[in-house]
Design a protein around this ligand. Sequence first.
Ligand code: HEM
Length: 352
Amino acid sequence: MAGRPDSPASHVRSLIVIAVVAAALVAAFAYTAGWLSPGRLTPAKIVDSLAPPGGPALGFRRNHAKGICFTGEFESNGAAAQLSKARMFAAGTYPVTGRFNLATPDAKASDAMARVRGLSLRIVMPDGSEWRSAMIDAPVFPVATPQAFFELQRALAHKDDPNAMKTFAAAHPEIGAFGKWAGSAPWTASYAEERYNSLNSFVFTNADGKDETVRWSFVPAATPENVSADDLKKRGADFLGADITQRVGSAPQRWSMVVTIANPGDPTADPSKAWGDDRRSVEAGMLVVKAIEAEPDGPCRDLNFDPTILPPGMRVSDDPFPAARSAAYSVSFNRRTAEDKDYPRTAAQGAK
Ligand code: HEM
């Protein structure tokens, strides 16, 4: 039988209920922060693992820290509407903000030292939806899972221990395909001559509700010219930025967006595995880069190219990377925006 609402027993019961709710809240916070499972990989730990020995470049992205911002358009030809009802695939022209970048946490890296180059895009559609993507020029990712990406950073951090990478590679043989590309693919002297690949897979849904799992690439209109790695080292630290500024200054630069559709049984959850070259593909339209924008204090500065920001008609697949990337990019974004006072206001300050 329940006691009277103002009886001592009822007060004790209320206090117990409050204590239980408070304890549950503390436990939930502790779980989210990883305090209950110190071995669990958290977004903060994965971002910490990217920092170079001297600590991160304050105010900068925690990876792909060096880059150059641009604006332009996506000219959709309408062909990919058969795959996705996303507004950007209806024939038309949509504004783009993007960024060419290098896969390094070092904001002052010499361009010739970064093997992997990236392209980040944000397309805003008239219905208010938007698409963000961050791609790289490697044909495969070095590792199969976010956990392995973390372990790779830890192995790379042990530069003085030749066994660290050997042990890692023995446990993660999938890194062989990336290693082969990194060691043998020709270098170019221009962001404009690179093909950029999503590597992660996503699900497209068309107006009839039909799903397809896809990856996409941006294929350059410019013909790649091979330049030796030694020649690139002689070109100064910032030749990529100078080259793309000069090219875009003389003519818009173009890439064709190619959407590749998985065959049944393709490894959709593993970006370290390529799909065969014979997969069906659809050319969706052209990225046209029209103007180079200031990197310090320009329109990319406060943009997080989170690969899970997708319009209706696209969604994440069984690939675990986009969710892990989203969480890590958010930590990086929060850290770098909190360090605003350390971020350069001008290109000259950025070069110091
Ligand atoms: C678990 C795996 C990964 C982690 C932890 C990671 C981490 C990061 C972080 C922390 C940033 C900086 C974000 C910001 O401050 O805005 C970044 C940027 C970037 N990442 Fe990743 N990344 C991962 C996988 C990938 C993959 C698979 C690709 C491409 C296929 C990729 C391409 C890029 C690019 C192009 C940027 C530059 C984005 C920009 O211009 O803001 N990353 N990454």
